[in-house]
Design a protein around this ligand. Structure first.
Ligand code: CMP
Length: 131
């Protein structure tokens, strides 16, 4: 999911180009907006964290671009492509190194397991939209 900071900065095209050049197939993609409540559902796993309320406000502050991506070893390879959560620690040339503004407004989210990729894909897309 490309986050509001990267979408509003006009970096959607540059980021999807990096994703495709890294060998991922974009199976589904759209531009949409989360309400604060929906953002809270998406990040429910973090609801006890001190940054949760700010995260929900930020994630509902502007359009996002969720995608379903396909590749061998996709979860691990995508996490390598995007870099560390904190852009200060993200390796040079990673998406967060290039485009993130802060640890919160960090340009992009990637699923952390195949099981969560399934859940998060279903959060944004119906089966009919995936091909
Ligand atoms: P993401 O990988 O989408 O997963 C949880 C998100 O919470 C993370 O990216 C950041 O946007 C945000 N986040 C994680 N840690 C912090 C933090 N310490 N302070 C603020 N936001 C954070």
């Amino acid at each position: 999911m490309i986050k509001p900071d990267a979408v509003s900065a006009g970096n959607t095209g540059a980021i999807t180009k990096m994703i495709e050049e890294a060998g991922f197939r974009i199976v589904a993609m759209k531009k949409t907006l989360l309400t604060k409540e929906r953002a809270g559902q998406f990040y429910a796993i973090h609801k006890e964290r001190p940054f949760y309320n700010d995260l929900c406000n930020y994630m509902s502050s502007g359009p996002i671009v969720p995608m379903i991506l396909e590749k061998e070893n996709a979860v691990e390879d995508f996490r390598t492509l995007i870099g560390s959560t904190d852009p200060q620690k993200a390796a040079p040339g990673t998406i967060r190194n290039l485009f993130a503004k802060s640890i919160e407004a960090n340009a992009i989210h990637g699923s952390d397991s195949d099981a969560n990729a399934e859940i998060e894909g279903n959060f944004f897309f119906s089966r009919l939209e995936q091909f």
